[in-house]
Design a protein around this ligand. Structure first.
Ligand SMILES: [Zn+2]
Length: 202
């Protein structure tokens, strides 16, 4: 047992801060609780100065900061995911509004990223889609049939639009208003033609 020099309480030796003096293990005469309290007071007294110094250090060492943040995220990934899930559930509406605003203001960027990914993973995506279609063959057939029944006019309109676009492209008309939602990529045309062929099959 030992008496703490701060709180003057008598406590077990393990309750005192251990340290080493010339390799020899020692125990402080201040208990762990008082030590903690003392360090807290010291921190609070110098808080502004410490925060300022830390900020300056971060500004001077951006690479270390980046790496440290990355390490932190890697190390705490499961907890961070769990935390953000909980936050999302508790602030669903605000989160969804933020996401919506982000998607709206970053439309081009999001689309570009998706295109890059598509090209990069084209083979894998094709394989995945093929497997999906194969697995859900019957359901997709049924869905497609139902869709073409309920959207006859729309499909006819789409076909007309598509033909008009093809025509204007052939005639070298660079600007065709109302058709801007078609993305100017050839593989989209192929996809669409495949889609039409599929529909014709029913
Ligand atoms: Zn104490």
């Amino acid at each position: 047992m030992r008496t703490c020099k701060d709180c003057e309480e008598e406590k077990e030796l393990e309750e005192f801060v251990p340290y080493k003096s010339r390799g020899k293990p020692m125990r402080s005469y201040r208990c762990k609780l008082c030590d903690k309290e003392k360090r807290r007071r010291k921190y609070l007294a110098n808080r502004e100065e410490i925060l300022k110094r830390n900020k300056e250090w971060r500004e001077e060492n951006p690479e270390q900061v980046k790496q440290a943040r990355k390490d932190y995220r890697t190390k705490n990934r499961p907890q961070l995911i769990e935390k953000s899930k909980i936050y999302y559930e508790e602030n669903k509406e605000a989160c969804q509004a933020t996401q919506k605003a982000y998607r709206k203001s970053h439309k081009a960027e999001i689309r570009a990223t998706a295109r890059v990914r598509e090209f990069r993973d084209a083979e894998a995506i094709r394989e995945k889609n093929r497997a999906y279609r194969e697995k859900h063959k019957e359901r997709l057939k049924e869905q497609s049939r139902a869709y073409s029944q309920t959207h006859k006019d729309q499909i006819r309109e789409q076909h007309a639009e598509y033909r008009a676009r093809k025509r204007s492209e052939k005639e070298g008309d660079a600007f065709s208003p109302g058709l801007s939602r078609w993305r100017p990529f050839d593989e989209d045309d192929l996809e669409f033609e495949k889609y039409i062929e599929e529909l014709k099959g029913f």
